[in-house]
Design a protein around this ligand. Structure first.
Ligand code: GDP
Ligand code: IMO
Ligand code: MG
Length: 438
């Protein structure tokens, strides 16, 4: 029997999903993206060479891997072609092994214009989106006015529908946001040209997945963002616009819930967040003014915490077990992959948040309202640092005793096994205790 493994981020994204997915593909022949869009930035480092993927599944660097883009993804063909061209420069051909669901909603220039205009209008209350049109594209999907990848195969229908939807968005751009409108004819010409390149890649991805299940193949599902950015279960409204939790694999690819064998939750040994929104364990530090918390600064510098998509500074803070336990429940997590252990190497003391105080009451449950989030006072336990390098260690036995203690503490507090530990950005800088496909 083949095994179906879902990889998700347990925090606010950037946990190191890309590295781990690339690594796990040694035991599969395919990777499926099922939500989000090119707001994602998944980094893979092979022999010092860095590749950042935004929309193409993170198995692409292995030339035998088939890359599938499921119906839950919102797709910018412009971003996709840009990524294909970059890979081609590095002699990686993807078109021959790329399948795109006809049901993916297209991200079009008016989505990007609205995303930007809306963020500008929100001013200091902005979400801090990637301005890639993700939210407005999902809005079109639920409003049942979205254009889908499969519509590109019906040029007359596409042209008519595009005109209608562009008129709608242009009205809003012009009258509500007082922003520049989009020339629908230009958009049409451009996307029809682009469509010629990927036309043959449009395939029924759901059906492909079931064929693989019938053939007893392993399938790897690649989540983007993180559970705390989930539109339903995250820190609303400071979230992305898709279901980033493992359940999103069902709606976003068509695989049934009972077909999932293992959910791997990627957890950074500390916490980061890009963009605005609550972050109870944040160690506030600002790069531009070089002011703020010295440990927040160290985590950011040592962890290279700058956005893979927008280049923005990532906010850093301590590990938050309350948020993680919420995340593990809603994702049906089987095992944890702990990343960036090496980033903590120099710390004297490492803090773990184990409870919140809200309005004088102690709780281990994450609140659901933004008003309560903003009142959280984290309660910490202290763990002694190991003060020695763990970079590249690839066996649990070789870790310093105090690092083992830190890892075991996380396993105790979450009641989950730590199946993988990452000790550097490269493939081989990894400790695999239990491989999800075994
Ligand atoms: P993703 O969005 O979850 O795929 O994560 P990103 O690629 O946005 O950010 C993770 C960053 O950490 C990337 O720069 C990775 O190369 C890097 N990284 C991943 N695992 C490790 C690790 O164990 N140690 C260190 N030092 N860096 C890591
Ligand atoms: P990966 O897959 C971290 C954040 C944005 C913003 C919020 C909404 O690399 O982990 P959006 O453009 O999605 O409407 O922005 O979500 N965000 C991410 N943060 N990692 C990501 O992806 C993210 N994708 C979106 O910064 O706060
Ligand atoms: Mg990222």
């Amino acid at each position: 029997m083949g095994k179906n493994v879902v990889v998700i981020g347990a925090q606010w994204g950037d946990e190191g999903k890309g590295k781990i997915i690339d690594l796990l593909t040694e035991k599969t022949s395919n990777v499926v993206r099922f939500q989000g869009g090119h707001n994602a930035g998944h980094t893979i480092v092979v022999k010092d060479e860095k590749t950042i993927l935004h929309i193409i599944p993170s198995g692409v660097l292995h030339d035998n891997i088939e890359c599938l883009i499921g119906n839950g993804v919102v797709l910018s063909i412009t971003a996709l072609l840009k990524e294909i061209a970059t890979l081609k420069k590095n002699n990686i051909d993807i078109l021959s092994r790329l399948a795109i669901s006809p049901s993916c909603i297209l991200i079009l220039p008016y989505h990007i214009a609205i995303d930007k205009a809306h963020e500008e209008m929100l001013g200091k209350n902005a979400i801090g989106t990637t301005c890639n049109g993700i939210g407005p594209a999902y809005e079109d999907k639920v409003a049942r006015r979205g254009l889908r990848v499969g519509d590109l195969l019906h040029s007359e229908y596409f042209a008519n529908k595009l005109e209608e939807v562009a008129n709608y968005h242009n009205f809003i751009l012009n009258n509500y946001y007082k922003a520049k409108t989009i020339d629908y004819k230009k958009v049409l010409d451009e996307i029809m040209d682009q469509a010629k390149i990927i036309k043959n890649n449009i395939t029924d991805v759901t059906n492909k997945i079931y064929q693989k299940i019938e053939n007893n193949e392993n399938i790897l599902f690649e989540g983007a963002q993180g559970a705390l950015l989930d539109i339903d279960q995250g820190t609303y409204p400071y979230v992305t616009s898709s279901n980033t939790i493992s359940g999103g694999v069902n709606t976003g690819s068509g695989v049934g819930i009972a077909n999932i064998d293992y959910v791997l939750s990627i957890v950074k040994t500390y916490t980061t967040r890009v963009g605005a929104g609550p972050f109870p364990t944040e160690l506030v530090y600002d790069v531009a003014s070089d002011k703020g918390d010295s440990i927040g600064k160290e985590l950011g510098i040592k962890g290279c915490e700058f956005g893979a998509t927008t280049g923005r500074q990532r906010r850093c803070g301590w590990l938050d077990i309350v948020a993680l336990n919420h995340s593990f429940r809603i994702n049906s997590v089987t095992g944890i992959c702990l990343t960036k252990l090496d980033v903590l190497d120099n710390l004297n003391t490492i803090k773990i948040c184990v409870a919140y105080e809200i309005n004088g009451k102690i709780t281990k449950t994450m609140p659901y309202s933004i008003q309560d989030f903003n009142k959280i006072k984290p309660i910490y336990i202290d763990i002694e640092g190991w003060k020695t390098s763990t970079i590249g260690i690839n066996s649990f036995d070789l870790l310093p005793t105090k690092a083992k203690k830190y890892i075991e503490k996380i396993s105790d507090l979450t009641n989950l096994p730590i199946d993988i530990i990452s000790t550097g950005p490269e493939r081989n800088q990894t400790i695999i205790i239990n491989h999800p496909f075994n």
